[in-house]
Ligand binder design. Structure first.
Ligand code: HEC
Length: 138
């Protein structure tokens, strides 16, 4: 019995040593995926939105669908949804999500007019949300 226990202790000790030394940064990773910081998520919105404009002008439905789907994923992220805890922020986040959903649907249906409309709706929420939280921050 004793050697087994000793062995277990040594194993635990080694595990503690390795995790203690091997990892840079926070000891306990954030429980909520994804792990990338807020700034990266927010910048990704801009990159995707630009790619969508390119896809709209080129008539490229595959890119449109891919980029809109990526934005849809961002629209569901807790890090995005809870950045500012005001009612207006929540409202704009919801409108953003609807516009992005419309964009995905338009890309699937290969309907460029609907896609352009959804893109305009989405862009409006970018500006409105940013204007709102700038007012809250100041
Ligand atoms: C529901 C609110 C909301 C919507 C809609 C929204 N954003 Fe943002 N965005 C934020 C927040 C919050 C930040 C972080 C601002 C801060 O506190 O510094 C941010 C930051 C950014 C940044 C700056 C990142 C940095 O820190 O350098 C960019 C670029 C950006 N958003 C682009 C967009 C684009 C493009 C859209 C539309 C496709 C959009 N956002 C829609 C809330 C929103």
């Amino acid at each position: 019995m004793f050697p087994t226990r000793l062995f277990a202790f040594v194993l635990v000790g080694l595990a503690v040593l390795f995790t203690g030394h091997g990892l840079a940064g926070p000891k306990f990773p954030a429980p909520d995926p994804p792990r990338f910081p807020e700034k990266e998520v927010m910048e990704e919105k801009r990159d995707r939105a630009h790619a969508i404009l390119d896809a709209l002008t080129a008539g490229d439905y595959d890119t449109l669908r891919r980029e809109a789907t990526a934005l849809d994923r961002i629209a569901d992220l807790r890090i995005f949804l809870t950045s500012y805890k005001t009612e207006e922020y929540r409202y704009q986040a919801k409108v953003f999500k609807h516009a992005v959903d419309d964009l995905v649907a338009a890309a699937k249906a290969k309907n460029m007019d609907a896609a352009a409309l959804a893109y305009a709706d989405m862009t409006r929420t970018c500006v409105k949300c940013h204007t709102h939280f700038r007012g809250v921050k100041d």
